[in-house]
Design a protein around this ligand. Structure first.
Ligand code: DX5
Ligand code: ZN
Length: 212
């Protein structure tokens, strides 16, 4: 299982020390939460304050919680993200978003909130590389985990039956006490459990010991 570290809980106090901590954390990806204050009430900082992550030797996993997907896809090209994920909720042109991300040479992710029905993303599963199952309502870090393991099982089954190739990622409220529930996921996003600690590396290793 891969671990993607989310900086959201420390985004307003990003400094050299935090960047060092992230760099040495042995996380597999940097999960970059991007919020526009419209799709979700919160707005993340502007791109200039994220510049320090650009040359970090960590693959980037961008999670767009925005209305205007194409605008942010082009804006964040400078980070050459491995994945760019957008939300199905309120999306008017899913195929266009998939194509926009695909042509930006990032892999395509589609996200759904904990209470959004899987049926809404089913038509797009043949065309995406990642499905992001939110285990908190998108919008802020440090919230409690919502059990969405049924969605993971269903997505796994659909993938096997249809020979689809998307990976399953889970995001929100994940800690040492609940990560074992997510053993069938391919990647988990962890924010505050890691960034609330002094040594990020210690927390990542604690999680990896549980899930291997
Ligand atoms: C919430 C974000 C998550 C969040 C994860 O909208 O998408 O990535 O930052 O942080 P924790 O692990 O603190 O829930
Ligand atoms: Zn996220």
């Amino acid at each position: 299982m891969k671990i993607a570290l989310s900086y959201l809980s420390v985004i307003h106090s990003l400094d050299e020390k935090t960047v060092e901590n992230i760099k040495n954390s042995s996380a597999d990806y940097l999960h970059m939460d991007i919020m526009d204050g419209e799709f979700v009430p919160n707005k993340t900082v502007d791109i200039s304050s994220l510049e320090m992550f650009k040359d970090l030797p960590l693959r980037k996993d961008i999670h767009l919680m925005v209305e205007d997907v194409s605008f942010y896809v082009s804006l964040y090209q400078r980070f050459s993200p491995t994945y760019i994920t957008f939300h199905i909720e309120g999306c008017l042109d899913v195929k266009k978003n998939i194509e926009t991300i695909r042509s930006s040479s990032s892999k395509v992710g589609i996200a759904l909130n904990p209470f959004t029905d899987l049926e809404t993303i089913k038509p797009y599963l043949p065309f995406v590389d990642l499905v992001l199952v939110m285990s908190v309502e998108a919008g802020e870090g440090g919230k409690s985990f919502i059990d969405i393991t049924d969605k993971i099982q269903t997505l796994k089954k659909i993938r096997e039956e249809n020979n689809f190739s998307y990976i399953i990622e889970v995001d929100g409220g994940i800690k040492d006490t609940n990560i074992a529930l997510l053993k069938d996921a391919d990647m988990v996003v962890v924010g505050s459990f890691i960034t609330n600690a002094l040594s990020y590396k210690e927390q990542v290793e604690k999680l990896k010991k549980i899930v291997g």
